[in-house]
Design a protein around this ligand. Structure first.
Ligand code: GDP
Length: 462
């Protein structure tokens, strides 16, 4: 993802500040030059970049002047870093709260956008997202323009186990939308997503149709789906849609590709509408929540605790009793190898390792090195090793793999290690490493006080 390059450059620029002995105008100018160059290269609008530079300079100067010589050098650095952070957040934050679906209410969400932007895919992703959070969700396919749109919805909705509505015979999209929404409202669905037709370009027929569907279904929120790869053209496209469909939120898709992203993300600020999600792949779970502060924080390598907590909550809602049990075991220091294996599998289910790791604050960038495939392979090998353990070994705290001296110190490995290595097609060293990591993780989690301790511990171990 090209945004990761932007993040690395911004992070490097900010880190260079820590190496500067004094923070004066020359240092500030050099830093801003690097930050602005990185933003411009990522396609961020030149006017916005120049405003950012000016605002940071004014803010920093004002603080330095009012504080005079009292401000310590370390604090001067903080002032600069905070000013840049705040302005980067401002760049992607129109200051408008997006609509939040309410439980027990038929929340109608209408998706609009040009053909090929990823609208149909995003509708299913959205339904999956809300379904995971306990909303009874469904999709109405009112795209009668594109041949095969209903088939696509039917296939992806079936795969995602989400209810859907559409028609092979009805050609009036307004009628389909109205029928579908009425049906699902009657059936007490809580998130009803209406997928509308796209066109290859912005044309009056498309806008007219959107307005009519809007009148028919009275959406609580209209979402514009924008393709990141259109770069700065996103501004004109979003303005055109805003004028006719007056959407209240934006989803930028294909952020996983080679698109620079900065164009779409910053250009939408022009419509003063919040981005709510980023599409990051073709899979149904490739949808990342977007909130300005966590986004910039993650981009700069500062982590995204909020996002991590959401992931954790997803796991907890899927199996709340088991997570409670694990937390209790952790707090009591009674986590078995079997429990640990389950947690590794959970992390693998959360998504690519890099995505999860980048949410954890304080993790050095080098920790994220290596591809997601490498991370996944490392985790899979750990699972293979545990697969070769007996039931009793899995339920143990790992001490059966060790011989101990009288003072309780481990002195040697037992025959069990060799057996597990042979059985799993790995080496004695790998098994030893795994046991060592398990013990480290169990200790660290205990110290961290259970709850999310295991997660932090696991990531440290990557
Ligand atoms: P629509 O015409 O706007 O409904 O677009 P579709 O949902 O049919 O998507 C067009 C293409 O973009 C399909 O091949 C999707 O798989 C792909 N696509 C959609 N969202 C994303 C995304 O976030 N990342 C990637 N890589 N591809 C996406």
């Amino acid at each position: 993802m090209v945004l990761a390059d932007l993040g690395r450059r911004l992070n490097a620029a900010l880190s260079s500040l820590n190496r500067a002995p004094v923070v004066d105008e020359v240092v500030l100018d050099a830093l801003l030059k690097e930050v602005c160059a990185a933003l411009l290269e990522s396609d961020v609008n030149v006017k916005l970049v120049s405003q950012l530079r000016q605002k940071v300079k004014t803010k920093v100067k004002a603080t330095f002047e009012t504080s005079g010589d009292k401000l310590k050098e370390a604090n001067r650095k903080n002032v600069v870093q905070k000013a840049i952070f705040d302005e980067l957040v401002h760049l992607v934050d129109p200051g408008v709260e997006p609509y939040k679906p309410k439980k027990g209410h038929p929340n109608v969400i209408m998706a609009v956008g040009l053909q090929g932007n990823g609208k149909t895919t995003t509708c299913t992703k959205l339904a999956v997202h809300y379904q995971k959070r306990g909303f009874k969700s469904c999709i109405v396919c009112a795209d009668t323009f594109r041949a095969g749109a209903f088939d696509q919805t039917r296939q992806s909705a079936t795969k995602a186990k989400v209810a859907y509505f559409g028609s092979y015979t009805e050609t009036d999209p307004v009628a389909i939308a109205a029928q579908g929404v009425a049906k699902f409202k009657k059936e007490k669905f809580e998130v009803i997503i209406v997928d509308t037709s796209g066109r290859h370009k912005q044309e009056s027929e498309l806008f007219e149709e959107m307005v009519q569907i809007g009148h028919a279904v009275q959406p609580d929120m209209t979402v514009l789906v924008l393709d990141a790869s259109i770069g700065q053209a996103a501004e004109a496209q979003s303005r055109a849609f805003k004028d006719s469909a007056n959407f209240g939120a934006i989803i930028v898709t294909k952020m996983d590709g080679h698109a620079k992203g900065g164009g779409a993300i910053s250009a939408v600020a022009a419509t003063q509408t919040p981005i709510i999600f980023l599409g990051t792949g073709e899979h149904l779970t490739d949808l990342d929540r977007f909130a300005p502060q966590p986004f910039i924080s993650k981009l700069l390598g500062f982590g995204d605790v909020q996002g991590l907590m959401e992931h954790m909550q997803d796991l907890a809602t899927q199996n709340p009793d088991r997570q409670k049990e694990i937390t209790k075991k952790l707090e009591e220091g009674k986590l078995s190898i079997r429990d640990w294996r389950e947690q590794i599998q959970n992390v693998m289910n959360l998504g690519p390792i890099s995505k999860i790791a980048s949410m954890i604050p304080g993790l050095p960038q080098e920790m994220l090195a290596g591809s997601d495939e490498e991370g996944a392979v490392r985790m899979k090998r750990m699972i293979y090793i545990t697969d070769s353990m007996t039931s009793a070994e899995l339920d143990s705290d790992g001490s059966c793999f060790m011989e101990f001296a009288k003072d309780g110190k481990p002195t040697a490995l037992t025959w069990r290690v060799t057996r597990v290595a042979r059985g799993s097609g790995t080496s004695v060293r790998e098994v030893e490493e795994l046991l060592c990591q398990y013990r480290m993780m169990a200790n660290m989690a205990k110290q961290a006080g259970g709850k999310n301790g295991w997660m932090q511990a696991m990531q440290k171990m990557q």
